[in-house]
Write a protein of this length. Sequence first.
Length: 68
Amino acid sequence: MLIVAQKTSQVMLHMSVAFGVTYAFTGSLATGGLAAVLEPICNVLLLPLHDRLWSKVGRGRCADPVLQ
């Protein structure tokens, strides 16, 4: 249950930051709200790709003694 609370808190923090920054720049509640919704969706879609890329980079460095 603690993990669920932590993840929920993280999502709310991301949404709040996205809203706050966008609202500060645009002054628009609608645009801030849109950014608050889109930011977590983009994270969910892109984070696995990011992790997979860094995993490949890490494996490549371990195999090349010059880069160690």
